[in-house]
Each structure stands twice: as C-alpha cells, then as structure tokens.
Design a protein around this ligand. Sequence first.
Ligand SMILES: [Zn+2]
Length: 662
Amino acid sequence: MRFYLTTAIDYVNNRPHLGNAYEKITADVIARYKRLSGFDTHFLMGNDEHSQNVYKRAHERGLEPLEYCDQMEREFRAVWTQLDISFDDFIRTTEPRHKAAVQRLAQRCFDKGDIYEGQYEGWYCVSCEAFKQERDLVGGACPLHATQTPEWIREKNYFFRLSKYRDALLEHFHAHPTFLQPEARRNELLRLLEGGLEDISVSRAGQSWGIPLPFAPDNTVYVWFDALINYAAAVGYGTDPSRFDACWPADLHVVGKDITRFHAVVWPAMLMSAGIALPAQVYGHGWVNFGGQRMSKSLGTSLDPTDVAHRFGPDPLRLYLVKEIAYGGDGDFTWERYEERYNVDLANNLGNLVSRLAAMAEKYRGSRLVAAGGGGRLAQVADAALARYRVSMDGFALHDGAAAAFQIVDASNEFIAETAPWALAKQAGDAGRLDEVLFEVAEAVRIAAVLLRPIMPGSAAEILRRVGETTMPDALRLDQDGAWRGTDVRHITKGAPLWPRVEASKSNDVNVAGATKRPSQKMEMSVEETPAGTLGTPGTPGAPAVPATTPAEDSRISYEDFMRVELRVAKVLTAEAVPKSKKLLKVTVDAGTEHRTIVAGIAGAYQPEQLVGRTVVIVANLRSAKLMGVESQGMVLAAGPEGQPPTLIACDPSIPPGTRVR
Ligand SMILES: [Zn+2]
C-alpha cells in the first residue's frame, strides 16, 4: 500500500509564517498517520521559485535570483526541521527535473491543440501573480492585497483551453464525490464549474526568470502553470518514466482554500489534456488567523512559527493547531489562548498523568508493573478511542483524532482519582487490585501516546520510552501497537516534567501591533505541589509527590471554554416514549432555526404529554449519537438527586427558542 501526498510549494519572497506552517504541520500529521497505518508513504514539499516577486526580492538584496533562492531554501528547511516536518522529498522549481517535466507537459498540451496563441488584456495582481477578473476586484484592488493596485496588462500570450474541460471536470466531480474535500470547497467549485470556465493564460512575454515554452522559447511558462507540475516532476514525470508509473497518481494534495481552484480545476484539466491520471484527492484547508486577523506580512499580522516553537517546543504548537482548529475550517491563534491550552492539555492533563504514573510505579512497585489479567474500564475506553481515531483521521477530521487520544488521557486521570492507588497501597489485601490499576493506567498512557505520535512525534516517543514501550517509534503500527496488551511486564522510567506549567500572560498587546513580540516567559515549576483536585486527594498520606496543580487551577475553565458549549433555549414540540426503555423519551424541539430530535433520560419523571410546550435548555453543538436506535441531535439539560429520575432545568417560557444561554 502506497500513499503519495503533497503540500503546496511556497513562494520564497518571505520566510514562512504560521499560516504556511499550519499547512505543513497538518500534512505532516496525515503523512505520519499513514506511516503509522502501514502505508508506504511519500511526502513531498517544496519551494516555488519562478515568481516575479522572488526575482524582485533577489535584486533588492543585490543577489542573483538563484543565489537568493538557495538562501531561502536553507531558511525554509530550517523552519520545517524545527517543526519536525517529516517530508521525504523537497522540490525546487529551478531544478532540472522540474524544468524537464514542465516542458514535456506543456508540449503534450500544445500537441493536443490545447495551447493556442492569443492576446491577453486585463488586470494582473503582482502579489498573487494572478490575472484578475473585473468582478473579482474590490474597490479596484485585489481582495487579498488591498494596498496594491493591480496592473492593466496587454500582451501576446499562450492560452490553455480550460473551457474545453469543463464537462469532463464536472463529470469527474460527480463520479468522485470525495475528489475535493471538505464539502464546502467542493460545493463552491461545483458552482464555478456549472457557471462555465474561461481559457487561461499560461505564458508571460519578455521575462527572463522562468522556464521557456518549448514551442515558443521567447515566452516563459506562467508561474502557476509551472508550479502545479512540481507534483508530477518530483516523482519522475519527464525524467524517470518507470518511477513515475510506480508513484503516480498522487493520493492527496493538501492546499489552502484560496488555491483549491488551481488544484481542483486547472491542474486536473492540464493532466487530462496531457493524458495523465488525476490525483485521487485534493483537500482545501482553512486559514489560521492571528488575533482574529488574516495573517499577512504586509499587514503586520504575521507570526513566525519558529518564535512559537521556541516558546514550548514544536509539539505543543502542533497539538494546538491540530486539536483547536476543526480541519477544513478557519482558526485563530493568540498567545493567551495558546498558553491556556498548553496548561490545560499538556501541563495539567497529559504531562501530569505521565509524571504521576511514574511516581506511583516507583513508590509502590519499584517501577516494574506486571499485567494482572484482562483490561478493565480503561481497556474499553482505549478500544473506543482507537476506533474513533481511525475514522476521524481517515476522514481528515484531524481535530477529532486528537480529541480521541485525549479521551484516553481524561479517562485515565479520572480512573486514578476513583481508584485512589495511594489508598490501595495501604491495605495488604488490595495488592492485586493495585497491580491491576497501575498496569491499566500505564497501558492506557501507552496507547494514548501511540495515537498522538503523528501529532506530537517527539513527545509521544518520549512518553512511550517512559512507559516501557520497546518498539522503536518509527516501527510502530496502529494495528498491533494501538491494541490493548493484557499480558506484559512494563518498566516505567521517571523523568523531568514534560511540560511545566506556565503562568498565563494576560497581555493583549501581543495581538496585532506587536505581532512578533512574545510574552515574558514565566515558568512555574510545580514539582513541589501536592496532587489535588480531580487527580488525587489533597493531603492524602502516602499520596505520591508528583507534579500537580491546585484544585481550582485544575478544574476551572475560561469563559472561552464555556462558550464552546452552545447552550440554547428550545421549545418541546412532541414527545414520545422510546420502545423498550424505562428512562428515555424521544422529543422534538424547536431550536430557533431548526427542529431537532433529542433523546432524553427523563422518562422517570415525566409522561410524554407533560412535556409538550415546555421551554427547555439544550446543548446544541453536541455531536449526535444513537440511543436505543434513535439518533439524538443534542442533549436536554436535566438534574436530579443520586438514584432519582432527573427533572428538567427550568427556563422562563418567555425566552424565544434559539436564544443562547450565557
Ligand atoms: Zn492579490
């Protein structure tokens, strides 16, 4: 099984910003996941050097363009190395292999009659390096470069008959519903295709920096036509036919939403013209904003990914970008939010768990844990999390894959709090149970680390080492190593806290004006604190002295976290019993903008007819779930004393359905 994936290649007129890094990191997570799943994976990245902006930038610095590109390549590679990006090949569009591929593909399209000479007249945005339709401009300017006036260009150009491929492209989109993902991008481009396509210019006249058209060497290939061909060039198109046959078509192009049109319309049409198979899939990810603003060097809202990586290392950044942003949508980075997630997910949650396990293992069992039979509760949690993880990662819901791994972490912390190993350790009769508990936690941590390996490669490897995993990280396979191991001996290794807590910086001046300014680094080592909160019992004699936090810090959430739970007022329209269930009722509610079916465990307290017309509070953004065969789209809030049927949380009936509860 092979898997060939690519990212967009980058213009080298600036160092990469966090938005560029987001694409490489998420593609790297996919590449590492495919390797973990046993695919023979080939991951391509590269630089796009035949840009007029690159040419200009080189001359501003008094360098030859190629000299400048060489320097930038070193800078780009250094950034990607710092972020632990595991690309297998890095292509530059000035390389001979790329030039050969471009010339061959252009010639094939020309021979097919798909490239013709014509006159181009129209707007051109130099920053985008793209021709713009009058209707694309906003107040006469490029929508992406408000400070730049587009140029009116009139020159003899060669054109590609894109219009000819409109029907074939539409057919391809319909025959391959997942060709372009996510769905929003696909719908956008389907509408574009339905509206018809215009032929596009594929050459520029009178420019020396670029690849000459083979059939008209006075013209250079337009940078976009040139750049797209890198994906085929890198695996031998035009230079190594047998390698190309073995590697092509690509399985996945990961690109930004602003350039999905080039990748899902122009590129496939070029391939059809040249008689080459189409890539299996294009994924158009969203953008990371910085403090709510689009990241842009020219607007001063850009963030250097190495600055962020310096703060806590590459893995916390990778986790933040993957876990906090639903893949496919847009997201936001602020230093404040970043530090908050670092403390919550890493310092308090995963890091603390790893430290406590090691401390307890050492104190009670001399760091040697022996499996005591089949897995208990955590084994079930880990199995369910693994299944969710696979489905999510296969469908590029990377954020949900990360959440699945953390499901195990959360459950393990709860398990420690409930089983209280420090209390078991005091009773000789509980020795067997203590063995079970400690081994179960160690095994759960091991599986969580296997699942996190694509997202946080270095940290996951370190956690695996500490919990006694003997397989080398690169040799891990999800099939074997993601499964629960009920028989084993584990040697647990203690180490320094993986992620010491930091004091959250509350300054907002880092958001826009001080785009590259970093908050002061107040590191707060929590080694001396006692385990507490949900993770242990404060002051329990015999409790292991391991890093933890005070209860309040541990369990409190920010307003932002609270607002992620979408509580809304709703009105009950119908209610009926769920067959064969004593507890469940099926209700439909008016949630303001829509009607929903929700299964609620309130049958013990109400007859169905008592509920109609009631005003209730629902969790509106809960993932839907099947309960007794009925799909429940949300949750109705209810409460009751232990052992008694819950009753509805009251809500003033004058509040209209759909109103947000805050
Ligand atoms: Zn522009």
